[in-house]
Design a protein around this ligand. Structure first.
Ligand code: PMP
Length: 427
């Protein structure tokens, strides 16, 4: 007999393309059918069949404080009672801007948008307008949302689906997007030596989280900073995933490298659809209405979204939170590593703050896109389904990072490792 999730997926496909509103939810990377969720609380998801899962996706990053956090929920409800949207400035937008600036010191001015995609798309346009150059440089396997210029050799769902270059993007657009290997400074230097005076910006995930989880090699981010300085290009950190996640001030705080512009999303909305981009005053003032580069949004700075996001950021009020998150992640990654080692299964992990990845790879450390895409996918799929069957919800793709929340307890991690032991035994 089919489950309620299976039935819903069947029905969903009649009216929604692929049955989902975002491709990676369709489980294409692991096979099988998606789980339909009814509610979530703390570290757990509860599906329509009455199953409970320990969740390591956290709505793909926003749920750093755990699902349905009472203070965030109450802030959203309280704001909703005063009206859902005004299309005018509100005081909450100033509080949000000041909060972001206080947490991320490289940001002197910030503009709110409605998604990570909007944040990166707008930051790129701004960099192009500011520098009066057309080309941009990105890294293979980094995903920056689905705007045309950025969906070239992208990661995440685009990797899982095997469509790194999507139809619908004119070659004339894509030709301005130069793509090089993550963690390979020599390639960046070479491209800049050739066409550096035409490159508006480098956009990078400072910790790559859309081809699993790959940390920057020492000197990589610093190198990008000095190349941008040398050629007058804008350095954009896409911290949609890493912002307020790997440290209070994001990856730029963790690695002590200062970008010109920063893109934010996920955590900043506390679960509501929010993104933001900000940075140097001089560059940000180049955007409308102060400057000539156009960017706008009917619902940008939405009062309910601002209230939820601010409540979340206010709760992330000390760096000890990040120490706690990190130690939970370490418990999980070292536990998984020990179990894999015991079984002699080639396996390695990566982590930064509250984010992590694991690879079925015999490399001691995965630092490149090439390595990430040559892991044992059969092992990953089997492991994934065994975990899911026993109540552990991991990202349904080998190219996604995992996320820990403050609601995950030691008991949750112990339970996860027990389930993992069973899953490794079956590989
Ligand atoms: N940048 C990065 C680094 C991301 O991980 C994502 C989404 N996973 C985006 C941008 C796009 O954000 P959104 O899905 O909110 O448009």
């Amino acid at each position: 007999m089919s489950t309620r999730s299976e039935q819903l997926f069947e029905i969903a496909q009649r009216s929604i393309p692929g049955g989902v509103n975002s491709p990676v939810r369709a489980f294409k990377g692991v096979g099988g059918h998606p789980i339909f969720i009814e509610r979530a609380q703390g570290a757990y998801l509860f599906d329509v069949d009455g199953n409970r899962y320990i969740d390591y996706i956290g709505s793909w990053g926003p749920m750093i404080l755990g699902h349905n956090h009472p203070e965030i929920r109450d802030a959203a409800i309280e704001a909703a009672e005063r009206g859902l949207s005004f299309g005018t400035p509100t005081a909450a937008e100033i509080t949000m801007a000041e909060k972001v600036i206080s947490m991320v010191p490289s940001i002197e001015k910030v503009r709110m948008v409605n998604s990570g995609t909007e944040a990166t798309m707008s930051a790129i346009r701004l960099a192009r307008g500011y520098t009066k150059r057309d080309k941009i440089l990105k890294f293979e396997g980094c995903y920056h949302g689905h705007a045309d210029s950025l969906l070239v050799k992208a990661g995440s769902g685009a990797l899982t689906l095997g469509v790194p270059n999507s139809p619908g993007i004119p070659e004339d657009f894509a030709k301005h997007t130069l793509t090089v290997s993550f963690n390979n400074l020599d390639e960046v230097k070479q491209v800049f030596a050739d066409v550096g005076d035409q490159i508006a910006c480098i956009i990078v995930e400072p910790v790559a989280g859309n081809m699993n989880c790959i940390l920057p090699e020492p000197g990589f981010l610093e190198g990008l900073r000095s190349i941008c300085d040398q050629y007058g290009s804008v350095l954009i950190f896409d911290e949609v995933m890493t912002g307020f996640r790997v440290a209070r001030g994001g990856a730029q705080e963790l690695f002590q490298v200062t970008p010109d512009l920063t893109c934010l999303g996920k955590v900043i909305g506390g679960g509501m659809p929010v993104g933001a981009f900000g940075g140097k005053r001089e560059i940000m003032d180049y955007i409308a209405p102060t400057g000539p580069v156009y960017q706008a949004g009917t619902l940008s700075g939405n009062p309910v979204a601002m209230a939820a996001g601010l409540a979340a950021l206010n709760l992330l009020n000390s760096s000890s939170i990040y120490t706690q998150l990190e130690s939970r992640v370490t418990e999980l990654t070292t536990g998984l590593q020990e179990l894999a080692d015991k079984k002699g299964i080639p396996f390695t992990t990566a982590q930064a703050g509250g984010m992590f990845g694991f690879f079925f790879s015999d490399a001691p450390k995965v630092t490149t896109y090439e390595q990430a895409t040559h892991c044992n996918m059969e092992h990953f799929r089997k492991f994934y389904h065994e975990m899911l069957k026993r109540g552990v919800y991991l990202a349904p793709s080998a190219y996604e990072a995992g996320f820990m929340s403050l609601a995950h307890t030691e008991t949750d991690i112990e339970e996860t490792l027990q389930v993992a032991e069973h899953a490794f035994n079956l590989l």
